[in-house]
Design a protein around this ligand. Structure first.
Ligand code: MN
Length: 264
């Protein structure tokens, strides 16, 4: 069984290779990742143009490495369904530069790649460090290796996949590990308009996120320098009992009767 390593920061990202180096002692590692930065593409896959991939030299001996001209999701699909002959047993995505907390998990390419592994029925995890400069992988990489070891021992349920966020601090400052749910944290996207001489263009820019510090959430864990492990699955359903939905069905049915059976 092989471990697929992928990411959304591109196949040359230092975080990916820190992860690979930590996993190599555990078994055969293969890399299939976008050839360039693909952060925030979420679960996007490419269906309307061909996807190209090529093998590239690996900085770590014995690790076959593919660079994909596509998204993280494309990379996982290519690896699982074609390039690696259905020998992958586990998908690990990261180590991402930047947190994937709260609502970010829903657009994260790092999480999107792990999600493709989950779609394929494989254990999968995404791992991110909560900083974008002065990155350190000396906690996240061995942590990923320990999680992979537990997966290989069959100790983690496959009913979910995991999004792991690691504070960007030395090991001695880490307070512990918490299993969390997604907190409420979303970026305020702003749009800046400009002109390139011919046409108008727009830059979507991300302002500082709005967030709420609620116990039990990934945000709360990270704020207190805990490692956050958020189990994710694909049931976004939140039930029909919210106050604003109670009464929707009879009201809608009444409206439809009026619409389609005006004579009754
Ligand atoms: Mn990224």
């Amino acid at each position: 069984m092989k471990v697929l390593v992928t990411n959304d920061d591109g196949v040359h990202s230092p975080g990916l290779w820190a992860l690979v180096r930590a996993l190599v002692p555990l078994g055969q590692v293969v890399v299939c990742a976008p050839d360039r930065e693909q952060s925030a593409v979420g679960t996007s896959i490419t269906l309307h143009v061909p996807v190209r991939a090529r093998q590239v030299p690996s900085p770590v001996e014995g690790v076959p490495t593919w660079a994909v001209e596509g998204t993280p999701g494309d990379s996982v699909i290519l690896a699982l369904d074609h390039l690696l002959d259905h020998t992958i047993g586990l998908v690990v995505s990261g180590i991402n530069d930047g947190s994937n907390l709260g609502h970010d998990a829903l657009i994260s390419g790092t999480v999107g790649a792990a999600l493709q592994g989950y779609f394929h029925g494989l254990p999968a995890l995404a791992i991110s460090v909560t900083a974008i400069k002065n990155m350190r992988y000396d906690v996240a990489a061995p942590l990923a290796a320990q999680l992979v070891r537990l997966v290989l021992e069959g100790r983690l349920s496959q009913e979910s996949f995991l999004s792991v966020n690691v504070p960007n601090v030395p090991a001695e400052e880490i307070q512990g590990v918490e299993i969390t749910k997604l907190g409420r944290r979303s970026y305020r996207d702003t749009v800046a308009e400009g002109h390139d001489g011919k046409r108008t263009y727009y830059w979507i820019k991300r302002a500082e996120p709005d967030w709420r510090l609620e116990p039990g959430t990934d945000i709360y864990a990270i704020e207190r320098k805990y490692i956050s492990i958020t189990p994710l699955h694909t049931d976004w359903t939140c039930g029909g009992q919210q106050p604003n939905l109670v009464g929707l069905v009879p009201a809608l049915e009444a409206a439809l009767r009026d619409e389609f059976e005006p004579s009754l």
